[in-house]
Design a binder for this molecule. Structure first.
Ligand code: HEC
Ligand code: HEC
Ligand code: HEC
Ligand code: HEC
Ligand code: HEC
Length: 376
């Protein structure tokens, strides 16, 4: 990666062309002065912008990202396997986009594209890149424009970087993720009312017991060397998904079970994110050879309706697991009497439903969260 080093060296050598205020004390080896210590009335450097959708930096972003990857090997390896990298190529997204091909979608799933135009292949393949989160200058995606980073909290000074590092406490918090992980339906014209939100992870996080824990605490855990993971663990990791709740079940009567989901390691509602994520809670009365004699199920989700005369979907109910335990009672009918009842909780990723009947939805992925059997 000699080329990349030389390029950055040239840019820095040419008078330090940094649009945003670089973290100079850093490179001198001293910890950065807390901004509160600045003299009252002293001019504060402008706060850097946080990551946003719809950046339109196109090929310049692809080239700059390649340079980041060349130097930050391990981080790049993790990111390449993440859903941020495949945000625009993931089959689940491609199928949904084929049904609703809107510039709006491109803004987040191919954020370095120009939203109104089909994205060049390399720009789409970049997805949410290093540059999308770390280089927020409008005009440049190059590291020399200043790389956004969290405040340094590990012992000793941070290692010297060949590019300006702009530390901002907001980048260590939920604000770093906010502009893409909470937004309203395109038809709601920017309304922030809960029923108009297509994803509401930030609001859920603010109201959760983990409100004071940054998203990165759980989604970018620090490894042995103290460096944060860029794999962005989430819906594809069974152990992580299971950690969201603790589940218990009891026989409520001869023919009914009660299943309780108590929030555990979730930093927001469970499930959160995409509007079609849900939990399927089910129970079956079992006869000889586990023959199913009676059955009941329920879906915990955000439930939407399409109202005549109104554009788009509207939230009508939200029975997901929030800050308090949720108990679901399932009645399997008379067949349950004197029989074992098997119960199950499954997390499901669901494709764009054609109709609104929950049972018509196509399940694209499923993780068994908990299950068990209750004696008569
Ligand atoms: C020429 C090699 C090189 C290039 C190109 C480069 N970096 Fe760095 N960067 C470093 C080195 C070396 C450090 C200091 C050691 C470290 O933190 O890994 C650093 C530090 C950082 C830090 C600060 C870590 C911290 O908190 O102290 C971030 C964030 C970062 N780079 C991101 C990027 C991004 C994003 C890009 C692309 C836009 C990029 N870098 C391009 C070599 C490079
Ligand atoms: C979705 C946004 C996002 C993407 C994409 C992303 N990063 Fe980061 N990165 C962050 C955040 C947020 C932090 C700081 C987390 C903290 O310490 O609170 C971070 C931290 C870092 C650090 C410091 C790590 C440490 O803990 O020492 C480096 C270096 C870095 N990123 C480089 C990269 C590179 C290189 C890429 C692309 C291969 C990349 N990042 C992609 C958001 C992102
Ligand atoms: C520029 C927009 C953007 C920013 C900024 C951003 N994300 Fe994302 N994120 C996305 C998109 C788009 C996806 C969906 C990728 C897919 O599956 O198609 C995603 C997916 C994820 C996933 C995987 C979800 C799953 O189903 O497993 C996690 C976890 C995540 N983001 C965490 C974060 C965190 C933490 C931050 C802040 C440090 C952040 N993101 C910042 C756009 C963004
Ligand atoms: C206390 C830990 C914790 C915190 C804090 C946290 N999350 Fe999560 N997150 C989880 C767990 C566990 C899951 C898997 C269960 C689930 O899907 O909800 C998850 C899942 C997700 C998913 C996948 C969507 C889904 O449900 O399939 C996204 C996207 C996400 N989180 C984004 C965020 C963002 C953005 C923040 C900050 C505003 C955040 N998370 C804060 C633990 C956390
Ligand atoms: C403001 C940003 C934003 C916009 C606009 C947006 N998305 Fe997303 N999308 C996300 C984030 C963040 C996630 C990750 C949440 C999760 O995994 O649950 C996501 C996840 C998805 C997923 C699940 C992908 C997977 O890997 O499971 C699909 C499908 C999807 N979006 C389709 C669309 C479509 C179609 C549009 C346009 C109608 C759209 N999105 C617009 C941010 C956005």
């Amino acid at each position: 990666m000699r080329g990349a080093w030389m390029l950055v060296g040239l840019l820095l050598g040419s008078g330090g062309a940094c649009a945003a205020a670089p973290d100079r004390p850093d490179r001198a080896g001293a910890p950065p002065a807390p901004s509160a210590a600045a003299a009252p009335g002293a001019a504060q450097p402008p706060r850097p912008a946080l990551p946003t959708p719809a950046r339109g930096r196109l090929d310049a972003a692809v080239a700059a990202n390649r340079a980041c990857e060349g130097c930050h090997d391990e981080v790049a390896r993790e990111w390449r396997a993440s859903l941020h990298r495949s945000a625009n190529t993931e089959p689940a997204y491609r199928r949904a986009f084929a049904i609703e091909p809107m510039p709006f979608c491109r803004g987040c799933h191919a954020p370095e594209a120009a939203p109104a135009e089909p994205e060049p292949e390399a720009v789409g393949a970049l997805g949410v890149g290093c540059v999308t989160c770390h280089v927020t200058a409008a005009s440049s995606a190059d590291a020399s424009a200043g790389v956004l980073a969290a405040p340094w909290t590990r012992p000793g000074p941070p290692p010297a970087a060949p590019h300006p590092v702009v530390r901002d406490v907001r980048f260590a918090g939920a604000a770093a993720c906010a502009s893409c992980h909470e937004f309203s339906f395109p038809t709601a014209r920017g309304s922030r009312r809960p029923e108009h939100l297509m994803q509401s992870t930030l609001t859920e996080h603010r109201r959760s017991p983990a409100a004071d824990r940054p998203c990165a605490d759980c989604h970018m855990p620090a490894g042995a060397a103290g460096r944060r993971s860029h794999a962005f663990v989430g819906s594809r990791d069974p152990a992580f998904v299971r950690s969201a709740v603790s589940v218990s079940a009891r026989r409520a009567s001869a023919t009914a079970v009660e299943i309780t989901l108590a929030p555990a390691n979730a930093g927001h509602a469970f499930p959160t994110g995409d509007l079609f994520r849900r939990l399927e809670i089910s129970a079956e009365a079992l006869g000889p050879d586990d023959m199913v004699l009676g059955q009941a199920d329920r879906f915990l989700a955000r439930h939407f309706a399409i109202r005549p005369g109104q554009v788009g979907r509207h939230l009508t109910a939200d029975d997901r697991v929030h800050a308090a335990p949720v108990t679901v009672a399932l009645e399997v009918g008379p067949a349950g009497e004197g029989r074992e009842i098997a119960w199950r909780v499954a997390y499901q990723r669901v494709a764009h439903p054609e109709g609104l009947d929950e049972r018509d939805a196509l399940v694209e992925g499923e993780i068994a969260v908990a299950s068990g059997r209750l004696a008569p």
